[in-house]
Design a protein around this ligand. Structure first.
Ligand SMILES: NC(=O)c1ccc[n+]([C@@H]2O[C@H](COP(=O)([O-])OP(=O)(O)OC[C@H]3O[C@@H](n4cnc5c(N)ncnc54)[C@H](OP(=O)(O)O)[C@@H]3O)[C@@H](O)[C@H]2O)c1
Length: 416
């Protein structure tokens, strides 16, 4: 990427310096949950970016999305979106099984690619079209690891070969609490000894999350990808800062469970736990050993009531850091019953404003989504790498699928 920037004559069209007066054209693929977040964030960038086009599987959803977010055009499909000259960057907000093929098509069309987490997943891609769900989840974990990482490698290579950027939609890297930690860590210069962090929900909005065939894993993949990504990035940056070499993960130990299947829940009248997970874990944790001997403990869970919880703690040789992404107490409210705030949005995964709650003033900002979109747009415009890149997304996939191997086989797994 940087090499081509030294030689403008050899640059692919998409990496030539952009007209600074022209906004970066964004093509959004998908019109669901994460696509809405991205639209709010790109629009908040003002003149730097423009929502040029959107496409989704069912045109109706894309049309109402286009109307809601004032998107320039609705494309019939990905090919039509990619053929547009006013699209410079494609943001893939689609299910995991489409990440690789859509990235390869977008790169071949000379567009920068943003791919949401997880970068790839094992969803039975070796079992033909519409594979049997039981066969997918019965696939040996080492094979899942190989295929998921191979897909991620292919995505990185396709974008490198096309001279476009592959950016990885890991919002944790941009959350204000994490960014401030990065800056203080640089100032303090200590060694990170131990990191602990997780993302926990009370279950996903998507019914597809309950089946391996659709998501490629459970809470450890869907939610744990965030803290794993942040930990790998912090150690990578520490190594680069200290001696120009990244500190990398070398081994994992993991455990997984479906805590909603604990027998005593059947007799409880007041259990609020989300149930019905078919073949995926709703609780998972991974211990990561890094090449310098430090450790990370990341977890994801669908068992937690009280709203989304995203936290990261870092202990270093000379300081401690506690990052609260969600919830945080910028605003605390009390209402004696749910009718007081009516339908008002409180925060992700909180349905009621009754009692003490923490309505988030700006979740797109506290979660880092807005700053992430700003970095992606600036990176594409300036021809420099984004903070969250495809290589990080690939490494997260490797750690999590190695964790699946370790949990299935009851052993520590060394990473290649
Ligand atoms: N914090 C985060 O980073 C975060 C949070 C949530 C989700 N995600 C990730 O975002 C991705 C999407 O999740 P979501 O929750 O947004 O799912 P969602 O609400 O179900 O939306 C998925 C969208 O993809 C579209 N789609 C499906 N097949 C397509 C195709 N062949 N061509 C074009 N569009 C197609 C669907 O279109 P139709 O509706 O028309 O069928 C739908 O609009 C997943 O990879 C997930 O892991 C990331």
């Amino acid at each position: 990427m940087r090499k081509s920037a030294l030689d403008p004559g050899a640059m692919p069209v998409s990496l030539r310096p952009m007209d600074p007066n022209r906004p970066l054209g964004i093509g959004v693929v998908g019109a669901g949950f994460i696509a809405e977040t991205r639209a709010r964030c790109y629009r908040a960038l003002g003149g730097a970016a423009r929502l040029a086009a959107v496409t989704s599987r069912g045109g109706e959803k894309a049309r109402s999305y286009a109307q809601k977010f004032e998107v320039g055009a609705v494309a019939d499909d990905l090919a039509a979106l990619l053929s547009r000259d006013d699209v410079d960057l494609v943001d893939l907000c689609v299910p995991n099984d489409l990440h690789r093929p859509f990235t390869e098509q977008a790169a071949a069309a000379g567009k920068h690619v943003v791919c949401t987490k997880p970068l790839t997943a094992y969803v039975g891609q070796d079992l033909g079209a519409d594979p049997d769900a039981a066969a997918v989840s019965a696939t040996p974990r080492p094979r899942m690891l190989d295929l998921a990482v191979a897909d991620a490698e292919a995505m990185v290579k396709a974008c490198d070969a096309a001279g476009v950027q592959l950016m990885y939609g890991e919002n944790w890297l941009y959350a204000p609490a994490v960014e401030r930690t990065r800056a203080l860590l640089e100032q303090a210069g200590g060694t990170i000894l131990d990191m602990r962090g997780g993302e926990c929900h009370k279950g996903s909005h998507s019914p597809y999350s309950k089946l391996w065939k659709h998501t490629g894993g459970g809470a450890l993949l869907r939610l744990g990808a965030h803290p794993v990504g942040a930990m790998l990035w912090f150690k990578r940056e520490e190594g680069l800062r200290r001696d120009g070499q990244p500190i990398v993960p070398v081994a994992v130990v993991a455990d997984l469970a479906d805590c909603s299947k604990i027998a005593s829940l059947d007799a409880e009248a007041k259990a609020h736990v989300t149930r019905g997970w078919v073949d995926v874990e709703n609780w998972g944790t991974v211990l990561i050993e890094f090449s310098d001997g430090s450790r990370g403990n990341a977890w994801g869970a669908d068992t937690m009531l009280g709203g989304m919880e995203s936290r990261l703690e870092i202990q270093t040789s000379n300081a401690r850091y506690r990052c609260n992404l969600s919830p945080n107490d910028m605003l605390q409210t009390y209402a004696p019953d749910a009718s007081v705030f009516g339908e008002a949005y409180i925060m992700e995964k909180v349905d009621s404003g009754a009692g003490w709650t923490t309505p988030m003033p700006d979740e797109d900002w506290t979660s880092g989504h807005f700053q992430m979109c700003a970095d992606f747009v600036a990176a594409a415009r300036e021809g420099r790498p984004a903070r969250a890149d495809g290589a990080l997304g690939r490494d997260v996939v490797r750690v999590i699928y190695a964790a699946y191997v370790g949990a299935a086989e009851g052993r520590r797994v060394a990473l290649d």
